[in-house]
Design a protein around this ligand. Structure first.
Ligand code: AP5
Length: 208
């Protein structure tokens, strides 16, 4: 299975990718996670990406495409993958199409996670991540058990940055909906439901 999870910040792409990894045994390729890893390691790429990420803007296409090319080329992606947070604009989508065409492995579906702005905002401001085990919680919808985790908040989940990320989504990522609709790949799911229900909707959408 080769799919893209498309949706605004906080729509549940990461949460559902984890479920899909378990169910289908294919890797989640999250450009956000790859970039955060590079920032944490202080690599040259990470240093380049940090300013854009902290400001809620997109990292430049050349950096992201280089990272994707390398990750898709790894052996665990040969049987399929879940792209989470990529592509993020039309040039990235066009580059992906070319890349996959040259490998003879085109995309099979693009799943759009639909969610209202107000809910997105609450999901992002409420997100907390365990520094030690990496588990993702939400203080409103899925709070962690008391005292068991060392919680941290993503720097870009601060209210002032969330606004910018949502603006960038509207301007640069939303046009992908029409792009993938025209390609006959778009499947829409209602992401305003509990995690299990959304997962079932995604399973139905990708088996269409
Ligand atoms: P990235 O890491 O991709 O962030 P994002 O797209 O903004 O998405 P999020 O990770 O914030 O949300 P999500 O949809 O995964 O939601 P989640 O499942 O965590 O990108 C970060 C930055 O990196 C970008 O701003 C940019 O700078 C850079 N970047 C990344 N990719 C790039 C690219 N391709 N090009 C250029 N730059 C790029 O859920 C959110 C919360 O909601 C959690 O607390 C979760 O527990 C909760 N939740 C999830 N599902 C449910 C549910 N069904 N019910 C209740 N709560 C739920």
């Amino acid at each position: 299975m080769r799919i893209v999870l498309l949706g605004a910040p906080g729509s549940g792409k990461g949460t559902q990718s984890q479920r899909l990894v378990k169910a289908y045994g294919i890797p989640q390729i999250s450009t956000g996670d790859l970039l955060r890893e590079a920032v944490a390691k202080g690599t040259e790429l990470g240093l380049r990406a940090k300013a854009a990420m902290d400001a809620g803007k997109l990292v430049d296409d050349a950096t992201v495409l280089g990272m994707i090319r390398e990750r898709i080329g790894k052996s665990d992606a040969a049987t399929g993958f879940i792209l989470d947070g990529f592509p993020r604009n039309i040039p990235q989508a066009e580059a992906l199409e070319k890349m996959l065409a040259s490998l003879g492995t085109p995309l099979q579906a693009v799943v759009l996670m639909n969610l209202d702005l107000g809910i997105l905002f609450k999901r992002l401001t409420g997100r907390r991540i365990c520094q030690e085990c990496g588990q993702v919680f939400n203080i409103y919808t899925s709070p962690p058990p008391e005292g068991k985790h060392k919680l941290t908040q993503r720097p870009d989940d601060k209210e002032e940055v969330i606004g910018k990320r949502l603006e960038v989504y509207e301007a640069q990522t939303k046009p992908l909906i029409k792009y993938y609709e025209a390609a006959g790949l778009l499947r829409s799911v209602d992401a305003d439901a509990d995690v299990d229900t959304v997962f079932k909707s995604i399973e139905r959408a990708v088996s269409q």
